[in-house]
Design a protein around this ligand. Structure first.
Ligand SMILES: NC(=O)c1ccc[n+]([C@@H]2O[C@H](COP(=O)([O-])OP(=O)(O)OC[C@H]3O[C@@H](n4cnc5c(N)ncnc54)[C@H](O)[C@@H]3O)[C@@H](O)[C@H]2O)c1
Length: 390
């Protein structure tokens, strides 16, 4: 059979996320990553061993004006996504943009309005939705296995070390990340929306930062701290250049997770009612012993219960009783196999001129929900999504 001409793609933003994509692109022989661009060119160069066929672009115009590129993958910090996505669409590139689509609904809607005028694919990198675990749950729900969905409880328990890394990096500043829900839990709120099968109607939320606070600590960096602290920066887990690794304090890599300047919360709950009366709760906290996610979906004929890291689901129906389902595809790599599916789905959507698994409208709905939840938390009130303040 004739091989399809490879799709040529550039990755914009060469940090941790770019590293996570390596396995997914290796598993896609019909995609060539031919260009890497980062505003810090040393960071782009540090990825060359992973993307040996790529050229380093010296500026964003070199990427956007390159007629040989079919698509761009945007993996820059959150506040840059929607402007970069719009620019790329306007020069005719397909876009795989990381979540969140934007930091506020107005900007997200601007991208949506543009996608309405083009057949170019804009896919949101909702890796959780793309994972075999959540796709299986979604199929079971849509097949009617548990009847009509009535309620969903979901939780994210973030390991303390993972939580601490957020308190050191740009994610701790909501002007750059949109805050914990927008930056991190947008995945979970997307799953709730996808499984509920309708937009959110109203919600409430409570949250605070109750663990990663300075208390009596005053030291700013681990290098100046004599405390025997389990959160001491140990140089692992970040994809940074050799120069940065050699000088962690100069680059704030070893900021104290407790005394760092930040405005995000470390625990939050959200209660949502969807347009179809499905009701859901979501809980997140960033100081668990290890990272995991759990979900329980109640339907009129049974329930589905699952633990993401265990790759297992329990399905109960009145007709068939209890059964266990092992999700066998999860050896596929990062995000429980989500990244590999995401990249495959992006390429297939481009070739088949088809809607991707998570499209621009999903991104807009997600930004709306996260924004409404932040308004609810900050103003201590129930928020209707139709409220003009959202
Ligand atoms: N989908 C997922 O599951 C998932 C997982 C992790 C991160 N992310 C998202 O990926 C994005 C990147 O996160 P990260 O952890 O890799 O951050 P990072 O800080 O490690 O990397 C971001 C890179 O972007 C570069 N950059 C910043 N502004 C730029 C610009 N305007 N143009 C070009 N390069 C620019 C920085 O120099 C840096 O190298 C974020 O939006 C984050 O939310 C998504």
């Amino acid at each position: 059979m004739e091989q399809a001409t490879p799709l040529r793609m550039a990755i914009i933003g060469c940090g941790n996320r770019c590293k996570m994509y390596v396995g997914a692109f290796k598993a896609a022989p019909d995609i060539d990553v031919t260009m890497l661009y980062d505003s810090d060119s040393a960071r782009a160069r540090s990825h060359l061993p992973d993307y040996p066929g790529a050229r380093i672009a010296s500026g964003i115009r070199e990427v956007l004006d390159n007629p040989d590129l079919d698509a761009v993958v945007i993996a820059t910090p959150d506040g840059t996504h929607c402007a970069l996505a719009l620019e790329a669409l306007k020069v005719g590139k397909h876009v795989l943009v990381d979540k969140p689509l934007a930091l506020n609904p107005a900007e997200a809607r601007e991208v949506l309005a543009y996608t309405g005028q083009t057949e170019l694919v804009l896919q949101l990198a909702f890796t959780l939705r793309a994972s075999p675990f959540y796709r299986r749950i979604h199929s079971l729900v849509r097949e009617g296995t548990i009847g009509q969905v009535m309620g969903i409880e979901a939780a994210e328990h973030m390991g303390r070390d993972h939580g601490a890394s957020y308190m050191r990096r740009w994610q701790r500043n909501s002007a750059l990340s949109g805050g914990l829900l927008t930056n991190k839990c947008c995945h979970d709120l997307d799953i709730l929306y996808w499984l509920a099968g309708a937009p959110a109607r109203r919600l409430a939320s409570f949250g605070g930062r109750d663990f990663f606070n300075a208390g009596s600590r005053t030291v700013t960096h681990c290098s100046g701290c004599g405390e025997d602290c389990r959160f001491r920066y140990n140089g692992t887990g970040l994809n940074v250049t050799e120069e940065m690794k050699a000088n962690p304090t100069k680059y704030d890599l070893d900021l104290c997770a407790f005394t760092s300047n930040k405005d995000i919360v470390d625990n939050q709950v959200v209660i949502i009612e969807y347009e179809n009366k499905v009701r859901a709760t979501f809980t997140v906290q960033m100081f668990s012993d290890r990272s995991d996610r759990t979900i329980h979906i109640s339907g009129t004929k049974g329930f589905i219960r699952g633990t993401f890291m265990a790759d297992s689901l329990t399905v109960y129906t009145d007709a068939e009783g209890m059964r266990e389902i092992r999700i066998s595809e999860t050896s596929l790599g990062s995000h429980g196999g989500g990244d590999e599916f995401l990249v495959r789905n992006f390429a297939d959507s481009i070739r088949q001129v088809a809607a991707p698994l998570s499209c621009c409208a999903d991104g807009v709905e997600n930004v709306l929900t996260c924004t409404a939840a932040e308004i609810a938390r900050n103003q201590k009130r129930t928020v209707a999504l139709a409220d003009a303040s959202v």
